[in-house]
Design a protein around this ligand. Structure first.
Ligand code: CP
Ligand code: NVA
Length: 316
């Protein structure tokens, strides 16, 4: 078994997929697949024995928290679950001091919070790798699992047509980076006013130029989904946007991924969602619980993708 080349990631931060090379991303996806299919082999010798991951959560989490905690345990290491409001940081200790102190105790920090700038500040002052477990801007860990899932079901990534319908949010921003790096043709459809950020579009276009991938946009989801190999959606109101829920429910009418929309995709098209999902809002029950849905494979793949990332950042 040949090991994917992960050396450039060792000791690095993982704050966004921007900056990763196409081969670096491919290596992570390949390693995740190896760790999934040859789990016993990768548990031998507990490769992360003695290593500790501190996980700071400022927002709720099921998949991110559990996949990193279980992943560390399966690799022989340990994870600490820290709610921000229980830390001194929650009552005013600086991000800088928190980063410096945690660097004396643990080997890496995962953080889920609102502001990408806060995560960058933490990374600037930490002497150990910092992992972005979701901000309002990005969700890079999710996309590793999504690409692994697509690769497993389609046998390739390069050249696929992937359509994202819904909100131009954190998941879409990281998906734009990841799809571009993987050579995917990403078609995006959002309601007016909910488009992805232009600077992320520009970054993704530059990345796609390296791989033959491409980005396309239409406000009409029926145009965007034509002939797609996979259709992806996410919630209409992300964590922190609870007060906008009613307005968003109105604004997103016509953007639900349902049987009518899926009928325009390829016959073997799969449905993706990072979860948690709101049935009858962004997706119909018939699609998310139907035969084309791979959402629970995606959720499982968070574990394998996170283990690959931990090995790349912390492994010998
Ligand atoms: N998809 C995802 O990040 O799920 P959690 O919010 O449960 O971590
Ligand atoms: N866009 C969603 C993703 C949840 C995993 C949110 O930020 O709430």
């Amino acid at each position: 078994m040949s090991k994917p080349a992960l050396a450039p990631l060792k000791g690095q931060d993982f704050l966004t997929l921007e900056g990763l090379s196409p081969s670096g991303l491919q290596s992570l996806v390949e390693l995740a697949h190896q760790m999934k299919t040859q789990r016993q082999l990768w548990s031998i010798g507990a490769p992360l024995k003695g290593k500790t991951l501190a996980m700071i959560f400022d927002k709720p989490s099921t998949r991110t928290r559990v996949s990193f905690e279980v992943g560390m345990a399966q690799l022989g290491g340990h994870a600490l679950n820290l709610q921000r409001e229980e830390l001194q940081m929650g009552r005013g200790e600086s991000v800088e001091d928190t980063a410096k102190v945690l660097s004396r105790y643990v080997d890496a920090i995962l953080i889920r919070t609102f502001s990408q700038e806060l995560v960058e500040e933490l990374a600037t002052h930490a002497e150990i790798p910092v992992i972005n477990g979701l901000t309002d801007l990005y969700h890079p860990c999710q996309i590793l699992a999504d690409l692994l899932t697509l690769w497993e079901v389609k046998g390739t990534l390069s050249g696929l047509k992937l359509t994202y319908v819904g909100d131009g949010n954190n998941v879409l921003h990281s998906l734009m980076h990841g799809a571009a790096l993987a050579g995917i043709h990403l078609h995006i459809s959002t309601p007016p006013g909910y488009e992805p950020l232009p600077e992320v579009w520009k970054q993704a276009e530059e990345m796609a130029a390296l791989t033959g991938g491409s980005l396309h946009f239409s406000h009409d989801p029926f145009v965007a989904v034509q002939g797609a190999d996979a259709v992806y959606t996410d919630v209409w109101a992300s964590m922190g946007q609870e007060e906008e829920k009613e307005k968003r429910l109105r604004d997103f009418q016509g953007y639900q991924v349902n049987e009518t929309l899926m009928a325009l995709a390829k016959e073997d098209a799969v449905f993706l969602h990072c979860l948690p999902a709101y049935r009858d809002w962004e997706v119909s029950p018939g699609v998310i619980d139907g035969p084309r849905s791979v959402v629970f494979d995606q959720a499982e793949n968070r574990l394998h993708a996170q283990k690959a990332l931990l090995m790349a950042l912390l492994g010998e």
